[in-house]
Ligand binder design. Structure first.
Ligand SMILES: N[C@@H](CCC(=O)N[C@@H](CS)C(=O)NCC(=O)O)C(=O)O
Length: 259
């Protein structure tokens, strides 16, 4: 049975970025399979066997693990992640992961509200890794997929207002943590920093991330987050990317965003 790890992702997914960053930081070899939104649902439903269609999903041989905290837990059981997730501090680190996971969906909801006013940008992002035929499908099905997505992710004014509050609470929490420390656990970089920085990355727009750092994404989606743009928390996210992440997808051939 193959030992190769395959990570199924969607380019804009920050939960996928969290696992990708952990694999990169732990020097675990893997291959990434970027999926096209809408076309991802059936393969993820079948592989995950949990009635969920979400990415990330990690596969090794016949074993598939869906849901990022479950993937992280599985990785800690099967690989040496001591450098990022030291056992003595693991519970504390995983509690920080859970804290930021809770605002992952609110962040998506918050950014898709302005994003849906820019159909060309979303079509370009969704179609980035698609074959020419699949790109045509994304474009043609967009008018149908968009309202379905709006319902599924509850993209409406009321839910977005609540999302803003939920995000603000966590950004204020992070601002307070950073008053006397560089890293969430004190003086060294761990998965706690990865978990916080990756989930907040779509708001912070680090240049190392080809989607979140793209000028069109910044202008048309992330500008909704301008109230936090200069906060210590989002500046810290950009610093973590510059210091500890480097270019995302450095080892992959990445098709340009055809905006
Ligand atoms: N709890 C899940 C959440 C993952 C999630 O919401 N993924 C989004 C992308 S960021 C997704 O796959 N959305 C498409 C779908 O739900 O089909 C995790 O931590 O992996």
């Amino acid at each position: 049975m193959s030992d190769t790890l395959t990570l199924f992702t969607i380019n804009m997914s920050h939960y996928s970025e969290k696992v990708r960053w952990l694999l990169d930081a732990s020097c675990l070899p893997y291959q990434e399979q970027p999926l096209t939104p809408a076309l991802h649902t059936i393969p993820m439903l079948i592989k995950g066997r949990r009635w969920q269609t979400t990415v990330p999903l990690l596969q090794r041989g016949g074993e598939c693990i869906q849901d990022s905290p479950r993937i992280v837990a599985w990785l800690t059981q099967h690989y040496d992640l001591e450098s990022c997730l030291p056992s003595v501090e693991r519970q504390q680190i995983l509690a920080i992961q859970a804290r930021f996971d809770r605002i992952g969906k609110p962040i998506a909801r918050f950014l898709y509200l302005p994003g849906f006013a820019h159909g060309a940008l979303l079509r370009a992002i969704w179609g980035q890794f698609a074959s020419p035929l699949a790109r045509l499908f994304v474009s043609a099905s967009y008018p149908v997929v968009k309202p379905m997505f709006q319902v599924k992710l509850r993209i409406n004014e009321r839910a977005v207002a609540r999302a803003r509050h939920q995000i603000d609470v966590e950004i204020q929490w992070l601002n307070a943590q950073l008053v006397d420390r560089r890293y969430l656990l004190g003086d060294r970089f761990t998965f706690a920093d990865i978990a916080a920085a990756s989930i907040l990355a779509p708001l912070a727009c680090p240049t190392e991330h080809p989607i979140y750092g793209h000028p069109e994404f910044r202008a048309k989606m992330a500008s909704a987050a301008s109230q936090w743009a200069d906060s210590p928390a989002l500046q810290w996210v950009r610093d973590m990317y510059a210091l500890h992440r480097g270019p995302v997808w450095a080892r992959m051939t990445v098709p340009p965003l055809l905006v």
